[in-house]
Design a protein around this ligand. Structure first.
Ligand SMILES: Nc1ncnc2c1ncn2[C@@H]1O[C@H](COP(=O)(O)OP(=O)(O)OP(=O)(O)O)[C@@H](O)[C@H]1O
Length: 244
């Protein structure tokens, strides 16, 4: 349903994406892994239209995304790395942010409370301000916002960053559960291997501007690619490889 073909993006002399190819099937959960600074966030920003790629194509349901971006944006949800809640708005209005454009306030609030419940936050949280929430609660609220409009595609940017292992596992389980029950497609970018194992139907390894390897979690565990094996095991590699 979403295809990336030959995506190229440079900043001055720095070539970040050097011809990235990627496919996301309907209902699939794809996790993109890769070392720090390999361009995962740049890839995500290009797909979302927050950055213009230098070359390449992004296709949505077979047609260039550029010509149907408004429709695409109506059908997508996003969980930002640090939840990115608006501090000046109560939690329910953060969750209902997009809904409030199109529906009466009472209906939007009811949906926000329902989505908060889905991520394990009670109605008493609805009127709190983000500053009153713990890191784990902020992530949950961000997740509730991501699913508020029943998206067909959800992007998760480093969903477990800053969380302890138990809270990270809870967020991973919520993401997997939501993807399963809604049938949405998901792209997650992360270097947290626990997220990969909990969330991924398919894993794609971005390295030096290209997709180096793709496969299932089971294939990842038996892959022969040396860099992938070191990445999965968290083993140090010689600096001579030129890691950023
Ligand atoms: N706006 C920008 N201007 C210049 N360089 C940029 C810009 N955005 C990203 N870069 C560079 O592109 C490279 C890839 O960055 P990106 O944030 O996509 O990495 P990442 O894989 O998401 O890393 P991390 O896992 O650490 O978040 C980095 O070297 C970064 O410095």
């Amino acid at each position: 349903m979403l295809s990336v073909r030959g995506l190229v993006k440079s900043y001055g002399p720095k070539q970040v994406l050097q011809g990235v190819d990627l496919d996301l099937e309907a209902g699939e959960s794809l996790v993109v892994i890769g070392g720090s600074g390999t361009g995962k966030s740049v890839l995500l920003r290009c797909i979302l239209g927050l950055e213009a790629a230098d070359a390449g194509a992004i296709l949505w349901q077979g047609a260039p995304l550029a010509g149907q971006r408004a429709r695409f944006m109506d059908g997508f949800g996003m969980l930002f790395q640090h939840a990115a809640l608006f501090d000046s708005l109560p939690v329910w209005r953060n969750v209902a942010f997009r809904l409030l454009r199109d529906m009466p306030r009472a209906r939007a609030r009811a949906i926000a409370i329902e989505k908060l419940a889905r991520v394990g936050l009670g109605p008493e949280v609805a009127d709190l301000y983000p500053a009153a929430l713990s890191g784990g609660m902020r992530k949950r609220a961000g997740l509730a916002r991501a699913i508020a409009a029943d998206p067909r595609v959800i992007f998760f940017d480093e969903p477990t960053t800053g969380l302890d292992p138990i809270r990270a596992a809870t967020i991973n389980d919520l993401i997997r559960g939501i993807v399963d029950e809604t049938g949405a497609s998901a792209i997650t970018i992360t270097h947290d291997m626990s997220s990969v194992r909990a969330i991924a139907d398919r894993v794609a390894l971005l390295d030096r501007g290209r997709m180096r390897w793709q496969g299932s979690v089971a294939q990842m565990d038996s892959a022969e690619d040396g860099y992938l094996r070191d990445f999965v095991a968290g083993r140090a590699r010689p600096m001579a490889r030129g890691l950023p």
